[in-house]
Design a protein around this ligand. Sequence first.
Ligand code: FEO
Ligand code: CA
Ligand code: CA
Ligand code: CA
Length: 594
Amino acid sequence: AGSPGEGRGLVNFRPVPVEEGASDARMPHISRNYRYQTLIPWGTDLLDADNDYNGDLMSRPSADEAATQVGIGHDGMWFFPIDQSRADLVPRGYRLSSTNGLLVVNHEFGANGHVLGFERDDSGALILSDSGAPISKNPESLEDVRLSQTVHGVTVAEITYGLIVENRSASRGWELVRGSSFNRRITVNTPVEFSGPVAFSELLENEAGNMPAGTVNNCGSGPTPWGTYITCEENFNGYFGANGELETTEEQERYGFSNSGFGYQWHVFDERFDLNNPLYANEQNRFGWCVEIDPFNPDAKPVKRTALGRFKHEAIAIKEIDRGRIAAYMGDDQRFDYCYKYESNRPWRQAIDDGESPLDDGKLFVARYNDDGTGEWIELTIENPALAARFSSQAELLVYTRVAADIVGATPMDRPEWTTIGKDGETYWTLTNNSRREEPNVANPEAPNGDGHIIKTMDVDSENFNWEFFVLASSSRDTEGVFTDPDAAWADADGRLFIGTDGGQPDGLQDQLVVFDTTADGEPEAKRLFVGVASDEITGFATTPNCEFAFINIQHPGNGLAEATNFPARPDGITTPRDCTVVLRRVNGGVIGS
Ligand code: FEO
Ligand code: CA
Ligand code: CA
Ligand code: CA
């Protein structure tokens, strides 16, 4: 990869002007120095192009058909070079492939309206509720529920860069390798296993005796230094509901379980998700974890790493610390929830060599921010008398991590979303917004916080850190680099910070990808690289090893309404918009973000 230009800043592309970015929300806008292509939209069959679902709801796939198709709600992802699994065997300086690899993509969610369709009259026009909103179809059978379940989860897809011939024209681009032996779907019905302190806890056992299966609401993600992928389970509570009246426990309240969940209605046809079914009383405890997937081993079960705690895991960023141990930084995305850190007890290479996971043996901490720019990582351990008074074991403490963090006095934040590690080992935390904040605190100074902010932390040692604000999004309001609601985050080794937004953007903009130069002096300045389509969110971020290609995701385009956009189909198409990956590249090459 070339350097981004001698004697200039790290971020030199011409940003999308506000006026241009705010025009025509049916298709994306990109910096004039960049080009994009779309890849693996929802419904793309991993085996056979003849089985693709193109977004025409009249030919909706069956659950079985969806089982070999890319899911919906593209979110966190990572690119694993095809030769990475052999990386330890090749000489130092070996360049991993930037033209062939496994793209692992989370499928966070697809609302029933998007997947099953909206209520429409005979002419195809939307039927609106009294409040003027489109009405989603509800599942009418277990088959409908299975389709909804199957489009959630994770995809592993082999992709390759080369000449693509289409409609008698040829161009270079990325393409799915259909039928690759690595291609795989993981859904809420895929067998999984548990490891770490909670693995053998009765809190994970059901009277029904059903084996652990599945992962759901796979939001952000993070790669590990040993070449695997971690997918994070966020709003898992919303898939559970109750047949009959639900009397919630204190813990269920804290995790947001309710009678109707988020309206998916799985519990009506699938007893696993019925909170009132005594045979499945602990099914709810099987979700809310970080889940490790080995992309190069299609037969390996995903593993739920319980030492990392149970909460609404947004994403994870891992770095190497002293003696080759690892630290992992994780947000719990809810208003007034917390920032977490995990540290392995052993050097990761040693653990892996011994056939153990560095993610099974370690300490979990939660953050308290002080007003002098310092902070404390408070360990969540059963050896703390205040926690021993509430929990009978470390396993129980971990199942109810949020309750433990409440007890030790962690700092309530404005929705911690992604984390990423900067060039000097610092951690960036996106705090997306908090409409309900009435009292500011030291780390969350705006009440209410409509625009969100980004905090930077630097660990001093395991239990102490320093912190500062990187940027308050509200401070960008009157600038050409205006953005709000920071969510997805990725920092490169040179000092660029990429932020994907999720929330109504000002000045008529749709959600966007902006880039900061974290090495520049003065107030950080957002440069607009890409603007998405109506009602979408820009999320996920991965690059090829040479940093020439970046992969981002367009999530819930048009909120599923063809009236808003047909993306990625052409504007004159007639199909439901589909979540997809977008590949970005600088015209004539160069480092992404330069
Ligand atoms: Fe799935 Fe908090 O975003
Ligand atoms: Ca997010
Ligand atoms: Ca978000
Ligand atoms: Ca989302």
